[in-house]
Design a protein around this ligand. Sequence first.
Ligand code: APR
Ligand code: PHB
Length: 392
Amino acid sequence: MEIVKTKVAIIGSGPAGLLLGQLLYKAGIDHVIIEQRSAEYVASRIRAGILEQVSVDLLEQAGVDQNLKANGLPHSGIEILTNGKKQRVDLSLLTKGKQVTVYGQTEVTKDLIQAREHAELISFYEAEQVQVDDFYSKPKVTFHYQGKDYQIECDFIAGCDGYHGVCRASVPEDKIKTFEKVYPFGWLGVLADVPPVADELIYVQSERGFALCSMRSETRSRYYLQVPLTDHVEDWSDERFWEELKRRLDPESREKLVTGGSIEKSIAPLRSFVTEPMRFGQLFLAGDAAHIVPPTGAKGLNLAASDIAYLSSALIEYYLDGSEQGINEYSEKCLQRVWKAERFSWWMTHLLHRFETESEFDHKIKQAELSYILSSHAGQTTLAENYVGLPY
Ligand code: APR
Ligand code: PHB
C-alpha cells in the first residue's frame, strides 16, 4: 500500500475539483486530485456554456482566464421567443452593466487541466475503487491506481465527484437529507460547426415544446430541443432535428438558420436536486455532488464555481489564518445561493417548457405570467438579475 499524506484530497476532476485545486495551488496549499476517468475523457465532455461575471472573476483569480478573455463572447442580452414573437431582455441595462460570457464548459475544463499539468500538480487519473472513510475523524481516501493500492491521509476531503460520485453516497443516511424534482422531458442537444442563428441566445417557448439557440463561437453553434423522455438519440437524424427546430422558431430565425452535420448529439434528463447539509465532518460536497439544476437557467457550472469560491477561501483561511469560521459557515453560505439558483432554474423551466399534464387553465396562467414578465420592467429585472448571477 502506497501512503500519501496531504492537506486536501479532491475527489473528481471536473470544473469544481480542478478549480479548487488551482485556487489551493495558488495559495500554496498541498492537495491531490483523484479522478476515476482519464484526463482526455474529462476534457472531451460537452456541457453548457454560460459564465456569470463572478465565475469569470474566479477563473481570473485562479490564473486560468487567458483563453476565456481571448475567445469568450460577452453577452449583454438574451431573446425570449413566445407566440412567434422575439423579445430582447437587456440584461446589462436591467442590472446596471452586468453581463454573461459565452464560453464552453469544455474549454473551462481544458484550461484548468492545462494549468494543472503546467504546474505539475499531483493528479491520479483512471483511479479505481475510490473510497472515502473516517471523514468525521482522520479522513482517508483509498483507491487502486496503475496496479498499486493507495491510501491518502489528509485533513479534508472535497467531494467534487458529481451527481453519481462516491462522496455523497458515503455519508450515513441519518446525517443527510436530499430534495429532488425530476422533469417529465429531456433536452436533445446538437453541437454543429455552423454560424449561430443570432448574436445572442434565443430561449423558445412554443406549443411544440421548448428550444434553445446557443453558441460556442462565431462558427460553432449549440442547439437544444425539449423531447419526451421516451425518445432516444438514435430516433433523431440531423435532418429531423433541424426540421423540428425550424418548426419552433419564428419566421426570421427560420430563414437565417444555417444547418449542418452534428459533431455531438445527446439527450440529457432534467432534474432539480439539493443535498443538505453540504459538510459532513471533514468532508465537503461541492458542485454537482451536492446539487443539480435543470440547464434552463445556465446555473450548473456557475453554482459549482460559487461553492468552490466559498470552499477555497474557507480552506485558505483555515491554513493561513488558523480560523475555522469559513469551514463552519460553508454549508449554510452555499445553500443560501444554491436554493435561489434552484428556484430560478425551476421557474425558467416551468415557464418555457410544455408539460403534457398541465391543464389548459395552468397553460393560460403560464402564458399570462410570461407576458407579464416580458412587459414589466420589474418582471424583466427579476429575470435579468437572476440570469447574470446573484451576488455572493
Ligand atoms: N472517484 C473519482 N472520481 C469520480 C468518482 C469517483 N468515485 N465519481 C465521479 N467522479 C468524477 C467524474 O468522472 C467527473 O470527472 O468526478 C467528476 C465530476 O465532475 P462533474 O460531473 O463535471 O461535476 P462538477 O465538477 O461539479 O461540475 C459541475 O458539470 O455536469 C456539469 O452541469 C454540470 O455544469 C455543471 C458542472
Ligand atoms: C449552452 O450553450 O449549452 C447553454 C446555454 C444556456 C443555457 C443552457 C445551455 O440555459
